[in-house]
Design a protein around this ligand. Structure first.
Ligand code: AMP
Length: 361
């Protein structure tokens, strides 16, 4: 684990009048860079050659560092260059997809917005459930063995990117049959089955509220809400049921985009309380709690119960629907506020109040 004192020493050496925001060139990078530019901060992008076109078309990056692989972020020479640019890293989904928690918490000696200690709570499904449960949120039931399945379940693979390889089953027999089919189709491996996470499939609609936990203002702000556009599950409804049965459709959940959502207003107080409760519990589990963006992944049923099945303690790609503004950011800030900009604003305010060390771990 990186010593927080070491990170503070790095921050002390920074020229805080020339702070730069840096992230990997994917996921929500345009959101993050645009927000930083609008707040007057410099931007540094670590990018693969093939993706550089994004930053030519959208000129939001001051310094483009081309790498072959995102794991190059672990190279000491690159980290030294980032420190010399007074960089604050903004973690997003690609960080945990390409680097292990161990690497993120022990080999990344560059100041990073957020609470690295929470990563351990977030990446492990069991500890994540414990956190949400202790915060008083409603969770879908889980099953420790496929033999215990007694309702519709969703089978989730460990560390799956964007829900790839998930499948549904209604009984133990159905589970083993589907798992076999998935292996034969090359969608999952036998090893995946051994570590699969079985969760009650809650019938309802998905809502993903994104919050910003401000350490500087001691407040949790609701900034946007979205749902995902998932292939193939969002296309199955276009096929008549008889043909679905004939071709043996297996729904998969690979995210290809997001839609903005406004929720019925009577649900909003609960959505707000949930965000507060999760942060408050995190303050106990891993002080000072969540720093910056986080998102709850929920399903809302027809009796308007909100079930939370996952948390991301970082910016999610769904906040990209709010670039410019979203109704929830507008209600609080007026025009032109969104997650990338809110992050930059927090960094600026922290620097102004000599509190940068409090938003960085
Ligand atoms: P995840 O990778 O956990 O974000 O899940 C991918 C997708 O699977 C979600 O966006 C939902 O559509 C669906 N999903 C996950 N868990 C559940 C659940 N417990 N009940 C219903 N749908 C779920």
């Amino acid at each position: 684990m990186i010593d927080i004192q070491d990170i503070q020493k790095i921050i002390d050496k920074y020229d805080q009048s020339k702070l730069a925001v840096c992230t990997l060139g994917s996921h929500s990078s345009l959101n993050i860079f645009k927000g930083a530019k609008e707040e007057g901060l410099r931007t540094v992008c670590i990018c693969k050659e093939k993706d550089a076109i994004m930053y030519q078309k959208y000129p939001v990056v001051d310094e483009l560092i081309i790498v072959k692989d995102f794991t190059e972020l672990l190279n000491e020479a690159l980290q030294e260059r980032l420190r010399s640019l007074n960089v604050i890293l903004i973690p997003h989904g690609s960080f945990t997809a390409y680097l292990s928690t161990e690497q993120l918490t022990s080999s990344l000696k560059v100041p990073m917005l957020g609470n690295r200690k929470l990563l351990h709570w977030e990446v492990n499904r069991k500890s994540q459930e414990e956190w949400l449960h202790k915060a008083g949120l409603q969770l879908p039931a889980t099953f420790s063995s496929p033999d215990d399945i007694d309702c519709l379940v969703i089978a989730k693979l460990q560390g799956a990117k964007g829900g790839r390889g998930y499948f549904l089953a209604n009984s133990a027999k159905g589970f083993y049959k589907k798992a076999d089919e998935m292996v034969k189709r090359g969608l999952i491996t036998r090893q995946d089955i051994e570590t699969v996470h079985l969760q009650e499939y809650v019938i309802g609609v998905n809502v993903y509220p994104s919050y910003f936990s401000s350490i500087i203002n001691s407040d949790v702000e609701l900034l946007s809400m979205d749902r995902r556009y998932e292939t193939a599950v969002d296309s199955i409804g276009k096929i008549p049921a008889s043909e679905q049965l004939e071709i043996g459709v297996i729904p998969t959940y690979t995210v290809v985009g997001n839609f903005p959502i406004v929720i019925r207003e009577s649900l909003l107080p609960e959505i707000m309380r949930m965000g507060e409760a999760v942060h408050k519990k995190a303050m106990e589990l891993a002080p000072p709690g969540i720093i910056g963006p986080f998102c709850l992944e929920t399903v809302i049923t027809d009796d308007l119960k909100i079930y939370t099945f996952e948390i991301s303690a970082r910016i999610v790609a769904g906040t990209n629907v709010g670039i410019g503004t979203s109704p929830y950011a507008y209600l609080r800030y007026g025009e032109n506020m969104y997650m990338g900009k809110r992050i930059a604003l927090e960094i600026k305010n922290a620097a102004k109040q000599k509190q940068l060390q409090n938003v960085i771990a």
